[in-house]
Design a protein around this ligand. Sequence first.
Ligand code: SAM
Length: 430
Amino acid sequence: MEVLIESVDHEARGVGRNDNKVVFVENALPQEIVGVDIRRRKPSYETGVSTYIKSVSASRIKPRCVNFGVCGGCSFQHIDARTQLAIKQRVLEDALERIGSVRPEQILSPICGPQFNYRSRARLSSRYVIKKEKALVGFREKGKSYVVDMASCEVLPDHISRLLPELKLLVQSFSIRERVPQIEVACGNDVNVLAFRMLEDPSLEDLRLLEQFAAKHDLVIFMQRGGPATLTQIYPDEPVALTYSITDMNLTYEFGLSEFTQVNTDVNSVLVRRAMSMLDLKPTDRVADLFCGLGNFSLAIARSGAQVIGLEANQELIDRAIDNAARNELSDLCDFKVANLFTDGCPDYRSLQSMDKLLIDPPRDGAAELIKGVGSDGPKKIVYVSCNPATLARDAGTLVHEHGYRLLSAGIVNMFPNTSHVESIALFGR
Ligand SMILES: C[S@@+](CC[C@H](N)C(=O)[O-])C[C@H]1O[C@@H](n2cnc3c(N)ncnc32)[C@H](O)[C@@H]1O
């Protein structure tokens, strides 16, 4: 069966028609005519994989990564960077229109950073395959629980990617090689950390091998035996601090391994600067940073001279935000409090309405309860940072159609190049 691909969906599957039934085809791009092997027939659609490509799209490029197609990490590497952005832009605009019945008055230029080697944090899986007497370390296979046998990774920092072959040999040499399911990577300003999840205590020899590896590659090693509270630094002896910076705002943030940070540090700096210019801050402004985490946006707001109140559900992150404000000498302008922002009536909506401006950066579920409480005489400006176009669109619909806001502008934030993940930023005003 041959299908003409008309568009691409949010998982990078080509979308075409077979006898008026929609077909989703893996590895197929718009304008391509592809041979399709149908894998699944449903009453309203079919899914399949392309077996050959008869007319190749000008947007198709050779994926850099040898694991492309197998690895669940990247699904867009066969698409040129410009088309990747256009697809994400379309996903955002479609969601706003379809779900929220809103259209931005202005489309912002995309926020972009390096196309590769951008992930400062990653959670790698590790598996010892007894039959092959071999350890695998990498991301999971697409749609499967198998671990990809990765010798390199194009989205990890180069110095971490180059470690992968030796890291596999290290795990393979452990006495507890079958009991190390996960290795977390975190790269900070001055240190690179590997945190090994271990289901059993390592032997003295395992610890010696770990220390040898860490010393050779100038790494900091943590071990985690249970929940996040059991994370313990085991090399070197002196405690080290993980930090990231937004240099042109003279801000440095400390973070812990179990704490949320934006994984693409370069794009985060541009995103924070863009959010600040959209908020158009004055020193007299009172701003609420909702879902503030460890103060990523709050400290930038305070740096501009405005007063900020940061709310967030996680006590550990609030403690960290307070420390970060002190570290950057901004405590006088910052007030951080624990609050569950998914609960009806939280925060106290009257205090929210008295704010001049809001910055909202919720998790994937969005901020439905909170937006309901903003009301029709809420803050003059709202900047909404989103990791899910569908919930942004839903909340935008409420702000525009129920609370009388205008969607002044919106654009994408390419936090995860080569993946289908769409982050975005939007500005609402009265
Ligand atoms: C996308 S992160 C943004 C963090 C921060 N703005 C940043 O840029 O680093 C979303 C944050 O929402 C917090 N969160 C999740 N559920 C929450 C809730 N019900 N109430 C308040 N905060 C919540 C998470 O702990 C996380 O820090």
